[in-house]
Design a protein around this ligand. Structure first.
Ligand code: ADP
Ligand code: MG
Length: 708
């Protein structure tokens, strides 16, 4: 900082304080010096108004805490007690630990803060402490507070009815200091807050106006009061995201001219007539939605989501036929060669009556076959090309590509998707259909996938046998494997899945490699067994998967590399060891490898697990509904686990949780739709507030809601 700036700053700080507004920098607030201002900045708090938007992430009151006597070792608890003793003790490593003993009506508990001897100055006998943390065993029960609040001294009655807001804190700022800061300024700041949204809109959504909501979240009279306040803020956040998505979607569609196909009902009708089954209602609906997109002048950008086995392939083929009867080419891209081959085989069978033979293009193709394939794509004939990303290498030229279909889209990166656009006919980008077998609730899909349109197959083709699923304990291991052997005796095949490839010092998990040895030497001594995992060269993996598909292998001992979507109807048993190490959606995906033929299939989750994990596994045991499972997975483990790295492209929420707040999310989406239908660019005076809200909080809003 230059001297001049420094001087100006000192003058500012010593001069008369400016009138407080929501835009007043926090450095002007009493008690906030440069160091704390910097810490506040880390929490996103720069001006006084930001402080109001810094919302407690949790509330505590006497009704939400655990009685001290119930705080069991291992449990994560919040307790409230009065300090009866304090002291600082050195550890053998020279660390100084502040300790306190608290007491409530039910008992005593020791608290310890390693490395924080200075707490001795702020925590005294008689103070009431509210602490959260895990109870450990250390010469008895002991809790190291992850978070704590000193409520000061007083008799117990002074705590009654008090709801404590617990704020997200950061280094250098305690929860307590933050609370005090908010408390000090709340009554001055609240009257400055204006409601940015039309009252009618709030009434429809059933959420309180902003000033009231902020009062409720910061100074609630009850936990329910706080929740109501929070609902407004969460709803507003969701509303903004939906406004942005919807606007982006509309603009993209307007600017995105694609091929306008006509519904000629030639190949599509022939396909319908040639099908050995009738489409499910869900399939018909999806086909209708896709046909609608393809026959409009706008470019399709749609996601088709449906559980394993919901019949996405047929829907894809209908779309392909529509493109082809219009004289265009269609490309279906699968994430692996095996899946591509499988699709080609399916397409070959179903399309033979129509006189269509798909072109397969994978990296395995010999030079001659490859040349033949490339020649067909370069001709202007309506071709159906099926392959891996090899379809989109530089030397592949489509003469008239009108539609691209991508299976298991989460395995393709953004760049690969972008490369598709470049392959269209006459510079026209092809329409795009993405398919995924990790279905998520529609409201969440609409929230997460932004400008994609979403079609959902929420119905299974009839006649599918459910997979019998069970969780078996370690004690049943021998019986489980002898059951597998009876299935093998009947000519079936089995998968045995492990969470790790090799043994490691860090865990004592059973691993695929050692268990392969053990199983070959033990229960499967007379069987043809193979080991499959991600560290094998791709070619070797491919050979093994093929051999399994062709029935040359009885048991496949594997990690999760077993491909999504691979179809081996003769495989009827799936054993999953250490099932607690997998996400529920992942277990469901794995289970989808069996139950693909006419025979009864089984999925056995094998192992001793804790009671929480056992409850979690019951979700998979009890249902085969992928939506229900992904919903449970999302509830329990959050979005990161379900989507992995892809999450980086998803909107981040500060307050809302689109899963937990599903009802709010739906209402926000509906409101957004209504608002933009009535006022697409939010130009009307009553929408000035929301416009401002958007442009302040979202950079993208500037381009999406440009004036004029
Ligand atoms: P996924 O959605 O997992 O890709 P597939 O498209 O592979 O599912 O379909 C799974 C199986 O169900 C295939 O054997 C397919 O032929 C069959 N199938 C698809 N739709 C129907 C239907 N409407 N009626 C009966 N069987 C169907
Ligand atoms: Mg599939």
């Amino acid at each position: 900082m230059s001297n001049a700036e420094d001087a100006a700053r000192r003058r500012r700080r010593t001069g008369p304080p400016p009138r407080l507004t929501l835009d007043t920098p926090v450095t002007y607030l009493k008690g906030v010096g440069p160091a704390r201002a910097e810490s506040l900045q880390r929490l996103g708090i720069r001006v006084a108004g930001d402080l109001l938007r810094h919302v407690p992430h949790r509330y505590e009151d006497a009704s939400t805490v655990t009685p001290i006597s119930d705080a069991a070792v291992g449990a994560d608890v919040t307790v409230l007690g009065q300090v009866v003793a304090t002291g600082v003790l050195p550890t053998r490593r020279g660390l100084r630990v502040f300790q306190a003993v608290i007491k409530d009506a039910s008992g005593l508990l020791e608290l310890a803060w390693p490395g924080q001897p200075f707490l001795e100055r702020t925590i005294s006998k008689g103070d009431w402490l509210l602490c959260t943390g895990q109870v450990r065993f250390h010469h008895g029960r002991r809790l190291q507070p992850r978070e704590f609040v000193n409520l000061g001294a007083g008799d117990e009655s002074s705590l009654e009815g008090r709801v404590l807001a617990v704020y997200p804190a950061t280094e250098g700022l305690s929860v307590r200091w933050l609370r005090t800061l908010v408390e000090q300024h709340l009554s001055d700041l609240l009257p400055l807050v204006k409601e940015p949204l039309p009252a009618a809109l709030l009434a429809e959504a059933g959420v309180p106006p902003l000033p009231e909501a902020l009062r409720r979240v910061h100074k609630p009279e009850s936990v329910a009061d706080a929740r109501l306040g929070r609902s407004r803020l969460a709803w507003e956040e969701l509303l903004c995201v939906h406004l942005l998505h919807r606007r982006a979607n509309v603009l993209a569609r307007e600017s995105r001219t694609g091929v306008q196909f006509a519904n000629r009902k030639q190949l599509t009708r022939q396909l319908r007539e040639a099908l050995p089954f009738t489409l499910t209602n869900a399939q018909m609906r999806a086909v209708r939605e896709i046909v609608g997109d393809l026959c409009s002048a706008r470019r399709m950008h749609r996601l088709l989501q449906g559980d394993v086995g919901s019949g996405k392939t047929i829907v894809a083929l209908f779309s392909a036929m529509l493109a082809m009867e219009n004289g265009y080419q269609c490309a279906i891209m699968a994430p692996t060669e095996l899946l591509a081959e499988q699709h080609a085989l399916t397409a070959q069978k179903l399309l033979a009556p129509l006189g269509i033979s798909p072109v397969l293009l994978t990296g395995r193709l010999g030079a001659k076959d490859r040349r033949v394939a490339l020649t067909r794509m370069a001709s202007v004939d309506p071709v159906l090309a099926i392959g891996t990303h090899a379809l989109f290498q530089n030397d592949v030229a489509f003469a008239k590509l009108g539609l691209v279909i991508i299976d298991e889209q989460h395995r393709f990166g953004v760049e690969q998707r972008a490369a598709l656009g470049a392959k269209g006919a006459d510079g026209e980008p092809p329409d795009v259909l993405l398919m995924t077998a990790t279905p998520i609730p529609r409201s969440l899909a609409l929230t997460l996938y932004g400008d994609l349109d979403v079609s959902t197959l929420d119905e299974r083709p009839p006649g599918r046998q459910p997979v019998t699923t069970a969780h078996r304990r370690e004690a049943a291991r021998d019986r489980v494997f002898s059951f597998v052997n009876t299935e093998l005796d009947a000519g079936r095949q089995a998968y045995v899945v492990y969470p790790v490839i090799e043994a490691s010092e860090k865990t004592d998990l059973r691993d695929a490699t050692s268990m392969y040895e053990a199983l070959v030497a033990g229960p499967f001594a007379s069987r043809r067994v193979a080991l499959l995992h991600g560290r094998l060269p791709a070619e070797e993996r491919d050979v093994i998967m093929r051999a399994f598909r062709d029935g040359a292998i009885d048991v496949l001992v594997a990690t999760t590399v077993i491909e999504v979507g691979i179809d081996v109807p003769n495989a009827t048993v799936m054993i999953i060891e250490h099932p607690e190490r997998f996400g529920l959606s992942q277990l469901h995906q794995l289970r989808g490898r069996v139950g693909r033929g006419a025979e009864q299939s089984y999925c056995i989750l094998l192992g001793d697990v804790g009671s929480d994990a056992a409850d979690r596994l019951q979700v998979v045991v009890n249902t085969e509904d992928g939506f229900e499972i992904s919903r449970a997975d999302l509830r329990m483990r959050g979005m990161g686990d379900l989507f992995g790295a892809r999450q980086s492209g998803l909107p981040a929420f500060r307050i809302a949780d689109p899963i937990a707040d599903e009802a709010l999310n739906n209402s926000a989406r509906e409101s957004a739709e209504r608002m933009l239908t009535a006022d697409p660019a939010l130009e009307r005076p009553e929408n000035a507030g929301v416009r401002q809200l958007l442009t302040i909080n979202y950079k993208r809003a500037l381009e999406l809601f440009q004036v004029g």
